[in-house]
Design a protein around this ligand. Structure first.
Ligand code: ADP
Length: 272
């Protein structure tokens, strides 16, 4: 919130009302801050036991002789631990971004270059499904960003596009800059299964999955889009989604352009 009603000392009902509303806002702020701290602490505390558990199970799997069935069970337990560790890391990221203590390292970055680099890294994943993965080449688009965080947004969006597009489909990343609004636009489109209209308003909610069984099969946690949106917001940007079931999905990210003109950004390059 950060805002309070102006209180004019008139001694009447209006003054009392403003004071009590301001007190309520303070209490709400305290409760929210407590919740954020709590979820950050819980996520942080879960990290160590999970790492230890993983290590112990791995050692057991590699050093002891055991029947195949037990080996398989241990393998499944390890997979579940990895899944849990992934959720814990995601929750930690979200709570850090929420409380603004993430300490983002903002530098001028070329969004085009960052996108191309991420696309190159995801090529193998796309190839496994025989997908065409394209990144439209354009002039450098300078944004003031924490490159690691924006890369995480791109990975989350591409991971979804690849995951939810059947074999033989297409995934395209396109980037442009709009001078009039000083915005960089990045779009990730796919020709995949799409999202039902009723689910679309909820996809940015934490842990939301439009089809639980299907997503579970493809290894999702329901946190990818909420993290992507929180990172965009922390950069002063916005994220929106359009989708037609059975046809495909397009996610649009808008970020403020770097205040320096592209040509004036010294040594404009990828920073990680
Ligand atoms: P998940 O880890 O389950 O993919 P996300 O937060 O990334 O979680 O996405 C939330 C839900 O939105 C997904 O479970 C999926 O149902 C839907 N979704 C996201 N991106 C796409 C896409 N490109 N195509 C179809 N469905 C998508």
């Amino acid at each position: 919130f950060g805002e309070r009603l102006p209180v004019i000392a008139t001694g009447d009902e209006m003054e009392r009302l403003s004071l009590s509303l301001n007190r309520m806002i303070s209490r709400l702020e305290d409760a929210l801050a407590y919740n954020r701290r709590f979820s950050a602490d819980v996520s942080h505390e879960l990290r160590t036991p999970l790492t230890i558990l993983r290590g112990e199970l791995e050692q057991l799997l590699h050093t002891s002789r055991m029947p195949m069935m037990q080996r398989d069970s241990l393998g499944s337990a390890l997979e579940e631990i990895d899944r849990m560790a992934q959720i814990v890391e995601s929750l930690l990221t979200i709570s850090r971004l929420d409380s603004g203590t993430d300490g983002m390292d903002l530098k001028p970055v070329d969004l085009n270059c960052l996108a191309q680099w991420t696309v190159d890294q995801m090529h193998l994943m796309a190839e496994e499904k025989n997908l065409t993965l394209r990144c439209s080449r354009a002039e450098p688009v300078a944004i003031l960003a924490d490159a690691g965080r924006i890369k995480q947004v791109l990975v989350n969006l591409l991971d979804n596009a690849i995951k939810y597009t059947p074999n033989g489909g297409e995934v395209t990343v396109s980037i442009s800059a709009i001078g009039a609004t000083q915005l960089a636009i990045l779009e990730v489109s796919d020709t995949g299964i799409g999202i039902p209209a009723g689910s679309l308003p909820h996809v940015f909610e934490r842990f939301y999955r439009s089809d639980k069984a299907r997503t579970r099969e493809s290894g999702g946690t329901g946190l990818g889009l909420s993290i992507a949106k929180a990172i965009s917001k922390a950069h002063g940007g916005t994220m929106s989604i359009e989708s037609v079931e059975g046809r495909g999905t397009r996610v649009r990210l808008e970020l403020p352009l770097s205040p320096l003109p592209v040509s004036a950004v010294p040594g404009l390059k990828l920073q990680t």
